[in-house]
Write a protein of this length. Structure first.
Lengths: 380, 262
């Protein structure tokens, strides 16, 4: 009986101590400077992000349609293949070096790039439904890519069978559509609503031309369907760098203006009143975000969901400060894309699924859960 | 010690529409100024011209001896702050995040603010009684708290002139008076506060000077107790009203009926 009482008291004391510790921690947190708190969170995002991305990367190169190999073996094969400079590789080395490594790199670049582009557009236009394709880049790119396949066109500087034909057409089409959107939006006054409406009408125009080309190219549809639904299947070492370096580079460089994006959250007039050159900033960032989107879609096609939802998820978790939201978007976008690509190439072997469908299938339940938990207090 | 704000021959047109015509007045330091007039009379346009959000079509605006037309936006932002009527969607921004934005004109670093900026922001939050809400999302604040947070953001700009657009819109009586008390306490320092507001009784009670506008022109400028009467209200608002003095000697305005075609 006495023992029972003693145990109960001990348990109570332990609970009280835990409560006190918690309170003490809360009080320490309450006194902490906001800048120090943010710097700490930024460091956590960077460290956590790098660790999680490395883990996702290792899992990604260890699993494929050919089967699963231990991470240590995959890692040693990767280093060995890199050490050999890609020459005289054994089967495992060849598989990892030629098939998995470039895909993983492209997935990291595209995931990060689309997430940051979405984050930038949402901040500039102050509309939660905006995604990286709002300025018509995807429709213009899709229209040109489909027309190349349907009509069998080629550029003077790229041969008709070249790996770069569709990506080049996509970039040219995307930038033409973006130019049209900018021209109409600026002509209408250059407000955020003007950009959305101009992007929508330009997008519709290119999408309708794309539909006509699709109906003409019934026999060649398989050559273009992978691009319209997004896929990393055509990624090789040659183009992986062209996707990875600019998309990650632009994403990281855009973080320099994180505080200006915060300012834009208060509206253009408030940003202008606080001394910002609103017109120049908006134009520059629209161009940067559109180039980033065009780079992402050129080789892997149109992948939805990531650019719309990842920035919102990061804001719900971390608040509205873009100095935290942008680096977190890079990390979460890259991880989601790595995971989606892994599922796309292994879920229904020997078929490869469109990665754009997987990003939505994987991301929707997670985002729905976040929305239920945090939706009431989030006005994005 | 000359005037803080001087406006001479200010005109602003949007296409064929004359939003402001021949605006001229001057105000001193440490004053509370009320901008009164019906919707669309040019109050907000004039405030936007003063803080250089709009470029005037002609005329000059001088603040503390500096011609706004020749100043860089960041220089104007250190002299003038504006408080919008609404915060709009804030995408998960916290109260402290929003108030810290007011320090933007003073920050030279690319990434983080200085501890001094944070100290100023924290002091402003304490002054307006919202320090405990600093980590709360702006979207979760009540209208009264949000209004104070917006004023705190402008306050940390350390301006000489603060422009406040309809600060008591959507507020109940208690918060209306609370916000006006905060604004008046700021005007007791060296700062001049210019408020655009529809509640004429409130303006008459708190303002040292009122600027009455109609259709982009100034009708009159003066001590509210001297210039506000039933004839002026009828001329400006096309409304019959009863204007009287309460037991404290403060003006009250009771609108009675709309008079068309005045």
């Amino acid at each position: 009986m006495e023992n029972e009482e003693e145990t109960r008291m001990k348990r109570l004391m332990s609970k009280a101590k835990k409560g006190l510790d918690g309170l003490k921690k809360d009080m320490e947190d309450a006194d902490e400077s906001e800048i120090s708190r943010k710097k700490r969170r930024f460091a956590v995002i960077c460290v956590f992000g790098i660790i999680m991305s490395v883990i996702a990367f290792l899992i990604s190169i260890s699993i494929s349609s050919g089967g699963v190999i231990p991470v240590s073996e995959a890692l040693s094969a990767m280093f060995s293949a890199i050490g050999k400079g890609g020459e005289n590789l054994d089967v495992v080395e060849l598989y990892i070096y030629q098939a998995r490594l470039p895909r993983a790199m492209a997935a990291i670049g595209v995931g990060a790039g689309l997430s940051v582009a979405g984050c930038m557009y949402q901040a500039i236009i102050r509309n939660p439904l905006v995604d990286p394709y709002i300025t018509g880049v995807s429709s213009g790119a899709g229209c040109f890519a489909v027309s190349i396949v349907a009509v069998g066109l080629s550029f003077p500087f790229i041969g008709s069978g070249s790996l770069y034909l569709i990506p080049a057409a996509a970039v040219i089409g995307g930038l033409i559509a973006f130019g049209a959107t900018m021209t109409v939006a600026e002509g209408a006054g250059g407000s955020a609503t003007n950009y959305i409406l101009s992007g929508v009408i330009v997008g519709f125009a290119f999408a309708s031309v794309q539909t006509i080309f699709l109906s003409l190219a019934k026999d060649n549809l398989t050559n273009i369907m992978w691009w319209l639904y997004g896929s990393f299947a055509n990624i090789t070492w040659e183009n992986a760098w062209i996707v990875f370096v600019p998309s990650l580079g632009i994403s990281v460089a855009a973080m320099v203006w994180a505080r200006e994006f915060n300012l834009f959250m208060m509206g253009e007039e408030q940003a202008k009143q606080l001394g910002m050159n609103v017109k120049l900033f908006k134009r520059t960032m629209m161009i940067v975000a559109s180039v980033l989107t065009a780079v992402c879609v050129a080789f892997v096609g149109i992948i939805g969901f990531v650019g719309l939802v990842v920035p919102h998820a990061c804001r719900m978790a971390l608040g509205g400060d873009h100095r935290l939201v942008m680096p977190a978007s890079i990390v979460i976008g890259a991880m989601l894309m790595l995971f989606a690509d892994l599922v796309a190439r292994t879920a229904m072997i020997p078929y490869e699924l469109p990665v754009g469908a997987i990003t939505a299938m994987v991301g929707t339940p997670v985002f729905a859960w976040m929305l239920i938990k945090k939706g009431r207090e989030y006005d994005g | 010690m000359g005037n803080l704000l001087e406006i001479r021959g200010l005109n602003k047109t949007f296409g064929d529409f004359d939003a402001l015509s021949d605006i001229e007045f001057a105000v001193g330091r440490g004053k509370m100024i009320g901008l009164i007039g019906p919707n669309g009379c040019g109050k907000s346009t004039m405030m936007k011209c003063i803080c250089k959000v709009h470029e005037p079509s002609s005329g000059t605006i001088t603040i503390d001896g500096n011609d706004v037309g020749t100043m860089r936006p960041s220089e104007v932002a250190r002299l003038v702050a504006s408080v919008p009527a609404e915060a709009g969607p804030t995408f998960g921004m916290s109260v402290m995040d929003m108030v810290m934005l007011g320090r933007y004109p003073y920050i030279n670093k690319i990434w983080w603010e200085d501890p001094e900026d944070e100290r100023i922001a924290a002091e402003a939050l304490r002054t307006f009684g919202i320090y405990d809400l600093r980590r709360k999302q702006v979207s979760l604040l009540s209208s009264g708290e949000r209004s104070r947070a917006l004023i705190a953001k402008a306050y940390v700009q350390e301006p000489k002139l603060m422009l406040v657009d309809e600060p008591t819109a959507h507020l109940d009586m208690k918060y209306k008076l609370q916000v006006m008390e905060y604004l008046r306490s700021m005007s007791k320092t060296d700062m001049t506060v210019m408020v655009a507001e529809h509640d004429i009784s409130l303006m008459a009670r708190y303002c040292d000077l009122c600027v009455i506008m109609r259709k982009g022109r100034i009708v009159t400028v003066g001590d509210p107790k001297k210039v506000i009467d039933a004839d002026l209200i009828k001329n400006v608002y096309e409304v019959d009203s009863r204007v009287g003095l309460d037991e404290d000697g403060e003006i009250y305005v009771l609108p009675k009926r709309y008079v068309s075609g005045t």
